[in-house]
Design a binder for this molecule. Structure first.
Ligand code: APR
Length: 178
């Protein structure tokens, strides 16, 4: 059942003991604020060193590193779009971030993965819209990747949690087959 494989948790993604946590990174993969800063602080300097070997990562793509001092095994650095009003392919670029993480999950034999609300902070993507895209892509990703047993939406605050739960009810909760 799809429902049994999706969890919505309030809290700090860096604390989660899953195979992979997803970072909301920038194209330079050089760290930053928000969840990116929290992940780099908790992982330690090895993470930045490895990121420097990867070069750039374009918007809508993701690259993997080890997780160093984090309890996770891997960090998938996904670069979400900056919100520019909706006519700059933002929806498809955000969807692509989630698809890329499922591609990496397959490549790294990941069975559990946690996502932050990519693009919903500094990049200003409208929250409800982003959560719907995230939920739709995670539902599809789980359907096509049976080896992924669990996806966690790590919600840093109540607003993100509410929007994520609403998207879950609309997209997963209403599907009788899930
Ligand atoms: N765990 C989970 N979620 C977190 C954490 C955390 N420790 N810290 C912040 N968040 C949440 C924010 O509240 C927001 O909902 O992550 C979401 C994404 O916000 P940002 O981190 O600002 O990411 P984004 O909007 O994609 O902007 C990316 O910000 O820090 C820079 O280097 C990063 O330039 C890049 C840009």
């Amino acid at each position: 059942m799809l429902r049994d494989r999706i969890d919505i948790l309030r809290g700090d993604i860096t604390r989660l003991q899953v195979d992979a946590i997803v970072n909301a990174a920038n194209s330079a993969l050089c760290g930053g604020g928000g969840v990116d800063g929290a992940i780099h602080r908790a992982a330690g300097p090895g993470l930045l060193q490895e990121c420097r070997t990867l070069g750039r990562c374009e918007t809508g793509y993701a690259k993997a590193t080890k997780a160093y001092n984090l309890p996770a095994q891997w960090v998938f650095h996904a670069v979400g779009p900056v919100w520019r009003g909706g006519d700059a392919n933002e929806d498809a670029l955000l969807a692509s971030c989630y698809q890329e993480c499922f591609r990496l999950a397959q490549q790294y034999a990941v069975t559990s993965m946690a996502f932050p609300a990519i693009s919903c902070g500094v990049y200003r993507f409208p929250l409800a819209r982003a959560c719907q895209i995230a939920m739709r892509e995670v539902a599809a990703g789980l359907q096509y990747n049976p080896q992924v047993e669990q996806v966690i939406f790590a919600c840093f605050d109540g607003q993100v949690e509410d929007a994520t739960r609403k998207a879950y009810a609309e997209i997963v909760g209403s599907d009788e087959s899930s």
